[in-house]
Design a protein around this ligand. Structure first.
Ligand SMILES: NC(=O)c1ccc[n+]([C@@H]2O[C@H](COP(=O)([O-])OP(=O)(O)OC[C@H]3O[C@@H](n4cnc5c(N)ncnc54)[C@H](O)[C@@H]3O)[C@@H](O)[C@H]2O)c1
Length: 292
């Protein structure tokens, strides 16, 4: 897709971070934007900011853990913006995991898997039938994470597990669209190459009442990228970050090429991918990867 002008792009989790940057990057290229999110304050802000740039947009309350909510978002995009051309299944959370996984709150597992995995499944179930029925060229983009897709960082097992599942689903969706010779191109978006400075580390702001941590469950104590930077500095590591606008630009460049991998790496992360493949081929015992 070379020309985004006049296209309708639906973005879940579009009120903040990577999703918000995608909304502006696409809107500035003439696309009409449907944001679905659960964060009322951020939704109000993004609606105001998109309007200030004269970007045609709707901002709807949409909880990706509910198929009905995603169906309503799809209907709203068609009714109010006139179609569906790009879908970004992007909403995601970090569950604030800390300590041993057997001590985690069951609610941590439930919340993270519901949003990160079921959010993608529900998005596929809501949007794919509509995209297939339209018969038009379309993109379905899923935001995954290298942590889970091709590396296993040791500190957030629920998040990592969720993103491993997300990648398997995304790659399979690609194979199924290809096998069916459908005009829907599937892409896997990996925010990076460094930790992206977004609200992901403060996901508790949108944690539902019924899925709060059980009393006494461990917590990572991290609520922002700055917290992570401080923690890394204590180990003598200067942590680099990526701005979400850079991720959105990278994603659009990839979509222009119909690329599956919307992925920017560094020599260091390339080396880690190679080392992981070697570890499997050589049957060596896993050693924990570090953030890069
Ligand atoms: N920040 C990073 O370094 C990084 C790295 C790899 C992958 N990601 C992925 O990028 C995606 C976007 O996250 P981000 O980093 O921009 O964080 P963010 O917190 O800034 O944005 C996530 C958005 O999802 C929304 N959201 C949360 N629960 C929701 C629900 N149930 N229904 C609808 N919306 C919901 C939030 O309100 C928020 O607006 C996520 O899938 C995340 O896992 C982020």
């Amino acid at each position: 897709m070379k020309d985004f002008n006049g296209k309708v792009a639906v973005i879940t989790g579009g009120a903040s971070g990577v999703g918000r940057s995608l909304a502006f990057a696409l809107g500035r290229r003439g696309a009409k934007i449907a944001v679905g999110d659960v964060d009322g304050t951020a939704m109000e802000q993004v609606a105001k900011d998109l309007a200030a740039e004269n970007i045609e947009a709707i901002v709807e309350h949409c909880d990706v853990t509910s198929l009905d909510s995603l169906n309503a978002l799809a209907d709203a995009a068609v009714a109010k913006l006139g179609g569906l051309d790009l879908v970004f299944a992007n909403a995601g959370i970090g569950a604030g995991e800390g300590g041993a996984m057997w001590d985690y709150s069951e609610k941590d597992w439930e919340w993270c898997l519901k949003v990160n995995v079921w959010g993608v499944i529900n998005s596929i179930r809501a949007f794919m039938p509509r995209l297939v029925a339209s018969g038009q060229a379309a993109h379905f983009v899923v935001t995954g994470s290298g942590n889970g897709a091709y590396t296993i960082l040791p500190d957030a097992p629920i998040y990592t597990a969720s993103k491993a599942a997300v990648h398997a689903i995304t790659e399979n969706l690609h194979y199924q669209c290809q096998a069916g010779q459908l005009p829907v191109k599937v892409s896997a978006l990996f925010p990076g190459p460094h930790v992206v400075d977004t609200g992901l580390f403060n996901s508790d702001r949108v944690r539902p009442e019924d899925l709060q941590k059980d009393g006494g469950a461990p917590d990572s104590g991290i609520t922002s990228v700055d917290d992570m930077k401080r923690m890394a500095a204590e180990f003598g590591i200067e942590m680099q970050t990526t701005h979400p606008d850079e991720v959105a630009d990278m994603a659009l460049r990839g979509l222009e090429q119909d690329a599956f991998w919307l992925l920017e790496t560094t020599p260091d992360s390339d080396e880690k991918i190679r080392a992981r493949a070697d570890m499997i081929l050589n049957r060596t015992t896993p050693v924990p990867a570090t953030l890069g």
